[in-house]
Design a protein around this ligand. Structure first.
Ligand SMILES: N[C@@H](CCC(=O)N[C@@H](CS)C(=O)NCC(=O)O)C(=O)O
Length: 208
């Protein structure tokens, strides 16, 4: 979703191929593109690239006129890189919580301890963003919207399924700004593919 969002923000022409989670991602044809069978993947002019962060850097450098990167030499370059990679720090907690609450099918295989720990670690990671945004800035960099906002924004999109954003007022306002962008709306799945409910609370009902 975050790469799709970025492509829409950039206004590029592209063909989207959707691979549902499951066997399609482990088919030999797909493993020839991404050896781990994950999404996303970008193919352009014979180049095959995986890892969202790398795809982000590649796209903003290939299309500098879109203005969504902060290229080497730019004043905010170092912080642009910092938040690009921080997006993955947040995303990993979201991915673990997605696995615990949604992907794992049987209650006996879920861990209330992991759910609690990961929710706490996610909240600490969100707190850092909330504090950063507390000075009233609209987006992560003072110079305005860039590709790091699609990466971090996606991580917040996932995170809010597992922790209420209201306790982070600056982050909640930032997420509202991001989700009002037309390119964000275009990147959402037409039918809920993964998140079938808006919020997944802690599961204290599970045996420890
Ligand atoms: N760090 C990688 C993460 C890739 C990843 O784990 N993608 C997930 C979806 S967000 C996936 O393909 N999961 C399918 C699976 O593990 O079978 C990236 O940003 O591209």
């Amino acid at each position: 979703m975050r790469t799709l969002w970025l492509l829409h923000e950039m206004g590029l022409d592209f063909d989207l191929r959707i691979y549902p989670f499951g066997k399609a991602l482990r088919a030999p044809e797909y493993l020839a593109i991404h050896p781990l069978g994950r999404v996303p993947c970008l193919e352009e002019d014979g180049l095959v690239l995986f890892e969202t962060g790398a795809i982000t850097e590649y796209l903003v450098e290939k299309y500098p006129e879109k203005g969504l990167g902060r290229l080497p030499g730019a004043a905010e370059r170092a912080h642009w890189l910092q938040w690009l990679h921080y997006a993955e720090t947040v995303a990993v907690h979201g991915a673990t919580l997605t696995q615990q609450h949604i992907v794992i099918y049987e209650d006996r295989d879920r861990s209330p301890f992991v759910m609690k720990l990961e929710r706490r670690r996610l909240e600490k990671a969100l707190e850092v963003l909330d504090t950063h945004l507390a000075d009233g800035r609209e987006y992560l960099l003072e110079s305005g919207f860039s590709a790091i906002d699609t990466n971090v924004g996606y991580s917040v999109y996932v995170a809010r399924h597992f922790t209420p954003l209201q306790v982070f007022p600056h982050l909640a306002a930032y997420y509202n700004r991001l989700s009002a962008r037309p390119a964000f709306a275009k990147s959402l799945p037409e039918t809920p593919a993964l998140f079938r409910q808006p919020f997944y609370d802690l599961r204290d009902d599970l045996a420890s």
